[in-house]
Design a protein around this ligand. Structure first.
Ligand code: ATP
Ligand code: MG
Length: 357
């Protein structure tokens, strides 16, 4: 699939923008603060229903304006579609797919699929498990909207259970109420764990091959630190939660389940740490992202769009070449502050809230 054109109104530093893109490599080139990442962010919005830079939608509305609008015209093998997002300071955001309101995120996911890779992403490997969980949860949600539903139900039940645990109710009465939530958590938790397991198995193999290619020989491996390793997941989760009621009351939150899981990422058998080299971490993260791109390509029968923010120019020439040969059939957007003479693609100059080709 590819993004044919993009319309922006009062989005970040753009008052109006209407631009056509190539089904190939699109290079957005311009000075710092020109608005390159803003364009990528807007494209990503059409895929994720939110910004990859901020949780606050209103930050994306141009200063002094009430609302921002994004529309993308998308070409897929089965035909054209459009995705629109209207962000307002007053009302809830509204999303539409080919003119039809998408009331839930699940109705948006799977229409326009983009994989973003930005410098911020190396945090996924350097910082807390929450970021790694968010990474796989978002990637799986794009592929399987039903997964997003299970996550939402799981986190709803979790919040209610945690509130109960802190309610100072008598343990006996509390235990009965908590059990009801434990059943729901185990039911949705099992589905989450099964999806995470199968997704990680798929990207492990792919990302290993990609990383070997990009890094000239280093071995990347993934290990899912799951809350239940084998057997009846639902029953085991439920039993673990039931048994730990006393400590859960003491700590004030639920101690087991998908919300406590992690993924260990290793290079040549040693786990990536905050002090691994920047280049190593960046390449590992890029390999994981490209693996998710391959998984989505296989599931949808066509490649998603790849958004590379500022990362391409930081790869050495060999890595750049290895990357380009991998994404031949993928529409790709590359932002750069320095001209990239060696890469063949449509070049857009970003300046004063405008794009010139
Ligand atoms: N809500 C907003 N309203 C108006 N302008 C905004 C808003 N949000 C961001 N900007 C402006 O957008 C510009 C930054 O754009 P962007 O992050 O896309 O730059 P960039 O070209 O990617 O730069 P760099 O090369 O440094 O990454 C800044 O000048 C910032 O002030
Ligand atoms: Mg930028």
């Amino acid at each position: 699939m590819y993004l044919e054109n993009l319309v922006l109104k009062n989005y970040r530093n753009y008052e109006t923008l209407n631009v056509r893109f190539q089904n190939g490599i699109n290079i957005l080139q311009g000075k710092n603060a020109a608005g390159k990442t803003n364009v990528l962010e807007a494209i990503g919005f059409l895929s994720y229903g939110k910004s990859f830079r901020t949780q606050k939608d209103t930050e994306c509305i141009k200063d002094g304006c009430e609302a921002a609008y994004i529309k993308g015209g998308i070409m897929r093998t089965q035909g054209q579609l459009s995705v629109e997002a209207l962000l307002s300071r007053q009302d809830k955001k509204s999303l539409k797919v080919s003119g039809q309101p998408a009331r839930k995120m699940g109705e948006l996911f799977g229409n326009f699929i983009a994989v973003v890779f930005s410098p911020e992403d190396i945090k996924v490997l350097k910082e807390s498990p929450a970021l790694r969980r968010r990474f796989i949860d978002m990637e799986i949600s794009k592929l399987r909207p039903i997964y997003f539903y299970d996550l939402q139900e799981y986190y709803k039940a979790l919040a209610q259970k945690n509130a109960l645990l802190r309610s100072r109710m008598k343990q006996e009465q509390l235990g009965k109420l908590v059990s009801v939530y434990n059943e729901q958590l185990a039911q949705h938790g099992e589905k989450i764990i099964l999806q995470r397991r199968s997704f990680l198995q798929r990207i492990e193999e792919l990302s290993r091959a990609i990383h070997r290619d990009l890094s000239a020989g280093e071995t990347l491996s993934l290990r899912y630190k799951s809350s239940v390793k084998s057997g009846d997941i639902r029953q085991t989760l439920y039993d673990k939660m039931e048994k730990s009621l006393a400590s859960e009351i003491e700590q004030g939150f639920c101690l087991y389940g998908p919300h406590r899981e992690d993924i260990a990422v290793s290079l040549d058998n040693s786990e990536i740490k905050a002090y691994s080299s920047q280049g190593q971490i960046r390449t590992a993260m890029l390999s994981l992202k490209l693996a998710t791109l391959d998984v989505a390509s296989a599931d949808f029968g066509e490649s998603p769009v790849l958004l590379l923010d500022d990362v391409f120019s930081e790869l050495d020439e060999a890595r750049q070449a290895a990357l380009l040969s991998r994404i031949k059939d993928t529409q790709c957007f590359i932002t750069t502050a320095v001209p990239m003479g060696s890469v063949a693609g449509a070049v857009y100059t970003v300046e004063n809230g405008m794009l010139k080709s």
